[in-house]
Write a protein that binds this ligand. Structure first.
Ligand code: AMP
Length: 208
């Protein structure tokens, strides 16, 4: 099965992805994590992606589809959980071309813009392992550093100027995907408000 987690930035896709992959034993690809790792490494992909990411813009569809094609070939036959992909209708159509006859389910985490703005502006991440903390929600490390010892920082794209941009892109470019999958009756809308475990319970109910 291919499971797609949709939702605005800050809707909790990464947090739910951790739980889903452990519970359902799936491969997990977060395109955002993969791109951040590429930027950190300074690879060609990273150099290309950096300016888009820092400005809260989307990396071009052909670049993303190249990554997905490679990933699907390397994980043929496995259950895959996509988090942060697809982000445009063109990406969703591109994914169709790679799917063969795999079953697709789409979970859309629904949340209001105000909640996104509050969550993202207080979100902090670990530079080493990518773990996400949010002191405003009581999710904080024991000391100043991450549990892995890494430095805790604010992602450039979590600054308030960029959050508005990312939300705008979500509404104009990503939201149309909800209709795309809704028409196929593979879309499950889940209330993204509340504690992570509470939301996961709702997600599980849609997947059984
Ligand atoms: P995320 O961690 O999912 O919020 O992604 C962080 C940034 O990576 C986004 O704001 C985009 O610049 C880029 N990105 C991640 N996934 C995609 C995608 N599927 N298509 C285009 N850009 C992406």
């Amino acid at each position: 099965m291919i499971l797609i987690l949709l939702g605005a930035p800050g809707a909790g896709k990464g947090t739910q992805a951790e739980r889903i992959k452990a519970h359902f034993d799936m491969q997990h690809l977060s395109t955002g994590d993969l791109l951040r790792a590429a930027v950190k490494e300074g690879s060609e992909l990273g150099k290309l992606a950096k300016d888009y990411m820092d400005g809260g813009k989307l990396v071009p569809d052909d670049v993303i589809l190249g990554i997905i094609n490679d990933y699907m070939k390397a994980n043929e036959g496995a259950g895959i959980l996509f988090d942060g992909f697809p982000r445009t209708v063109a990406q969703a159509e591109g994914l169709d071309g790679f799917l063969k006859d795999a079953e697709v389910k789409v979970v859309s985490l629904e949340i209001e813009d105000e909640v996104v703005i509050n969550r993202l502006s207080s979100r902090r991440s670990c530079r080493a392992c990518g773990r996400v903390y949010n002191p405003a929600l009581g999710i904080k490390p024991a000391g100043d550093a991450c549990e892995c010892g890494g430095e805790i920082y604010q992602r450039d794209d979590d600054r308030s100027e960029t959050i508005a941009n990312r939300l705008n892109i979500f509404h104009t470019q990503t939201e149309p995907i909800i209709e795309f999958y809704g028409a196929r009756k593979v879309l499950y809308k889940v209330n993204g408000n509340g504690a992570p475990d509470e939301i996961f319970k709702r997600v599980k109910e849609t997947l059984v």
